[in-house]
Ligand binder design. Structure first.
Ligand code: G1P
Length: 295
């Protein structure tokens, strides 16, 4: 199954990182020198995605600007002979017509945000990528999932999952484990039940849903009438529970390190982890950190 389109739900208010997000979308927060949204768009490109669908909200216009051409900047870089910078901008520029933006008009939850993309997605399988979560690995998480999809029956839904300490499972969507194909990272299994934010002590496993999904378009019909669930929001997980009554769901345990950039500590850790991966920066960053920790 060819996955051509990806949905990026970017309407969230970012209240966990106020005041940074008062006037700026949280998806524009920077890890090293790129905004979060750029990392996930690059991850989707690597996975062969051709069309990028952003579900935005008020105050999110700068995301659209970020993926547009900046005429004045291009002209200045050209006149100053800044070829490396021009190439850098060109690399992060999606092709004309490869992006769509639609607004979620009220904060009704992730399921509702995905539903807002229904007309743009149409009748084909698609990916959902949450920009709060970054996965650091030589092959992007979504590309790994699409590789795994080639081994699965046509029409399967796939959810990226990762082990978390059992005492933190209540913060996530959690899956139950059915028949396994392999073990540990890089393996997949049939999902046997899902629950969004299970009350403490009731999670079916310690495998949490990680913000990367490959879904069949039938999810939209379910989302259209999905009732509010955990936190009073229309939950994507609840709609997936509905779809799992007629379609197969697989959990894919991706390879790589997950970084939850929606929390302050996770965001700071991601800056260091991604910084240490950059050859031109790693040594200088180590020197600075060592000097700081000694002081
Ligand atoms: C969302 C999903 C949840 C998933 C989480 C991953 O929750 O609903 O299933 O585990 O993302 O970050 P949220 O973080 O929006 O509460």
């Amino acid at each position: 199954m060819k996955i051509r389109k990806a949905v990026f739900p970017v309407a969230g208010l970012g209240t966990r990182v106020l005041p940074a997000t008062k006037a700026m979308p949280k998806e524009m927060l920077t890890i090293v020198d790129r905004p979060l949204i750029q990392y996930v768009v690059d991850e989707a490109k690597e996975a062969g995605i051709e069309h990028f669908v952003f579900v935005t909200g008020r105050n999110k216009g700068v995301i659209e600007d970020h993926f547009d051409r900046m005429f004045e900047l291009d002209a200045t870089l050209l006149s100053r002979g800044k070829k490396a910078e021009m190439a850098l901008l060109a690399r992060s520029q999606p092709e004309a017509g490869a992006m769509s933006f639609t607004r979620q008009q009220a904060p009704l939850g992730l399921g509702h945000a995905v539903w807002c993309a229904r007309d743009i997605i149409g009748d084909e399988p698609f990916a959902v990528v949450l920009p709060d979560e970054l996965v650091l690995h030589k092959r992007g998480c979504l590309a790994q999932m699409i590789d795994a999809a080639a081994k699965l029956p046509d029409g399967a839904n796939i959810v990226a999952v990762e082990e978390v300490p059992m005492e933190l499972a209540h913060q996530y969507g959690v899956v139950g484990i059915g028949q396994r194909h392999g073990d540990g990272k890089g393996s997949y299994f049939e999902i046997d039940g899902m629950v969004e934010k299970p009350p403490k002590g009731t999670a079916p496993s310690n495998l949490s849903i990680t913000g990367r999904y490959i879904l069949q378009p039938e999810i939209f019909k379910i989302l259209a009438t999905q009732e509010r669930g955990a936190g009073g929001e229309i939950q994507l997980t609840d709609a997936m529970i509905g779809l799992a009554t007629t379609q197969k769901f697989f959990g894919y345990q991706f390879e790589g390190e997950r970084h939850d950039c929606g929390s302050k500590a996770g965001f700071l850790r991601a800056n260091i982890a991604f910084g240490l991966q950059r050859p031109e920066l790693a040594d200088a960053l180590r020197v600075e950190m060592t000097r700081y920790l000694k002081a």
